[in-house]
Design a protein around this ligand. Structure first.
Ligand code: ADP
Ligand code: NI
Length: 220
C-alpha cells in the first residue's frame, strides 16, 4: 500500500473535483466538513483513522438520490478508486460497508452501523444535517429538487420503510419532522451527542420562528 498521506491527498482531490458542481447540499464543502468532524470524533472515541477518513471522503461520491436510485453505485465507485490506489483490501472492505450503512432510511427504519468507524462517519454526516448548516442544506436541497417549502395539505409522516421514505411527497418543513429533529437521539457516540444537543436547540428555535411567520400549526 502507498503512503497514507498520499492516499488521502489523492482521494481529497478526486472527491473535490467530482463534487465541485453540486448544488444540492452534497458538495465538496459538505464532505470536507464531514471529514473534519469525523477526525474530531475519532480523537475522542477511537477507531481506525484511515478507514474513517477514507469513508468520510468517499461517502457521497455517488449518492443513490442522484444515480437514479442505485444504492451500489457509491460503494462500487469507492472500491474501484481505492483499488486503483492499491489500498489494502481490508481497508477497502471496511470503507465499502460504511458507505452502504451511512444513510438515513426513514424514521422507523433502524440504521445503526455495524462498526465503530461507521458509527463515527454516520455521526459526522448527521451533525452536518442539523444546526444552521443543516437548515441551509435542507432548503438548498429542496430548491435543487423543486420541492415546496411548506404545504398545509401534506402532513409529515414517520416512514417505516426505506421505500416509503424515498417515494413519499414531502416538503422542506416536513423534512425537519421526518428526519432532522430525530437525529439528536440517533447519534451513536457520546461526543457527537453533545454537539447534536446544541445544534438541535438552534433548529427548534428556527422552526418556531418559521412556523409563526408561515402561520402554520406545529406538526404532531
Ligand atoms: P444521509 O446522509 O443520511 O444519506 P441525505 O443525503 O439523504 O442523508 O441528506 C443529506 C441532507 O440533504 C439532509 O440532511 C437534507 O438537508 C437534504 N435532504 C435530503 N433529502 C431531503 C428531502 N427529502 N427534503 C429536504 N432535504 C433533504
Ligand atoms: Ni453526506
Amino acid at each position: 500500500m502507498q503512503d497514507t498521506q498520499n492516499i488521502l491527498d489523492q482521494t481529497m482531490r478526486y472527491v473535490s473535483e467530482k463534487l465541485s458542481a453540486d448544488s444540492s447540499g452534497h458538495d465538496w464543502q459538505h464532505v470536507s466538513r464531514v471529514w473534519r468532524m469525523a477526525k474530531e470524533i475519532q480523537q475522542h472515541e477511537g477507531g481506525n483513522l484511515l478507514v474513517i477518513e477514507l469513508a468520510a471522503l468517499l461517502h457521497d461520491i455517488a449518492d443513490w438520490k442522484f444515480t437514479g436510485g442505485d444504492h451500489d453505485a457509491g460503494p462500487k465507485l469507492a472500491a474501484q478508486w481505492l483499488g486503483q490506489l492499491n489500498v489494502d483490501s481490508s481497508v477497502i472492505d471496511a470503507v465499502v460497508v460504511i458507505i452502504h450503512e451511512v444513510s438515513f432510511r426513514g424514521a422507523g427504519v433502524p440504521t445503526v452501523p455495524t462498526t465503530l468507524e461507521g458509527k463515527i462517519v454516520q455521526d459526522a454526516d448527521r451533525l452536518d444535517a442539523i444546526g444552521a448548516v443543516g437548515v441551509a442544506r435542507t432548503f438548498a436541497y429542496d430548491g435543487h429538487k423543486g420541492h415546496a417549502m411548506w404545504d398545509p395539505n401534506i402532513p409529515p409522516q414517520k416512514h417505516d420503510s426505506f421505500e416509503a421514505y424515498k417515494t413519499a411527497k414531502s416538503t422542506t418543513v416536513n423534512h425537519f419532522y421526518e428526519k432532522l429533529l430525530l437525529l439528536k437521539d440517533l447519534m451513536n457516540t457520546p461526543y457527537a451527542k453533545k454537539i447534536a444537543r446544541q445544534r438541535h436547540m438552534f433548529m427548534e428555535q428556527f422552526l418556531t420562528q418559521l412556523l409563526t411567520e408561515l402561520n402554520a400549526p406545529t406538526p404532531a
